[in-house]
Design a protein around this ligand. Sequence first.
Ligand code: B16
Ligand code: MG
Length: 212
Amino acid sequence: MSAFIFDLDGVLVDTAKYHFQSWSAVADKYGLGFDAALNEKLKGVSRRRSFEIIVGHNGRAVDDYDVSEILNEKNRLYLQFIASINASELLPGTIDILSACKRHGIYIALGSASKNARYILEQTQILHYFDIIVDGNDVTKAKPDPQVFQLASRTLGLKNEECTVFEDSIAGIQAAQQANMHTVGIGDSNILTLADITIPDLSYFDFKLLHK
Ligand code: B16
Ligand code: MG
C-alpha cells in the first residue's frame, strides 16, 4: 500500500485569503503593519507562530500582548469567513486526484497545520474521501518538523517511504523530506526548489510524474 498525504490550505482549498483578511483586521486593531508579502510568510505556519512573525516583523515583542486572546480573536474572524465556504472553493484538480487515489487503492491522508481542517473538509464536501486526518490539534511540533507527516504514516501502518506529500509551503516540503517521504510541490518551482517535482496545481498531476 501507499498513501498520498495532502496539505490543506494552498493545496486542496484556497483559504489563505481568509487567513489574510482575518490577520489584517487583527493587525489593524493592534497597530501592527501587515501586507500581502508578510502574509506569504504565514503559509503553512501555525496560528501562534503566525502572530510571532507579524509581531517580529513590526519590531515588537510578543510579551507585550495578550497572545491567547489575540489568537482567539483571529480565529473567531477566520471562522466567520469560512462559515459560508463550499465545494466551489476547492482548488483545481482536487476532486480528480482524490477520486484517482480511490481507484488506485492509495490511502488518502490530510497533514495540515490548521486546527480548523476537519470543518473545512466538511464545508467543501471532501471529508468522506479521507482515510485519516492529522491536523493542528494532533501535533505538538509545527512544520518544518516532520511530526505531522510521521503521525500520518504511523497511523496508516505504512513506512515513510511509501508516502507522497503534496505541499505548497517550503516548511512543509522540508518536513516531508525530513521524514524521508516523496514530495510534490504545489506552486512555483523557483520557490519550492527542494521538492522532488513541482506542479502549478493538482490538475497538472499525472501518476507518471512519480516514476520519472
Ligand atoms: P488555523 P495548512 C495552515 O494550513 C495555513 O497555511 C496557515 O496560514 C495557518 O496559520 C495554519 O494552517 C493554522 O491554521 O488558524 O486554522 O489553525 O497549509 O497547513 O493546511
Ligand atoms: Mg499549505
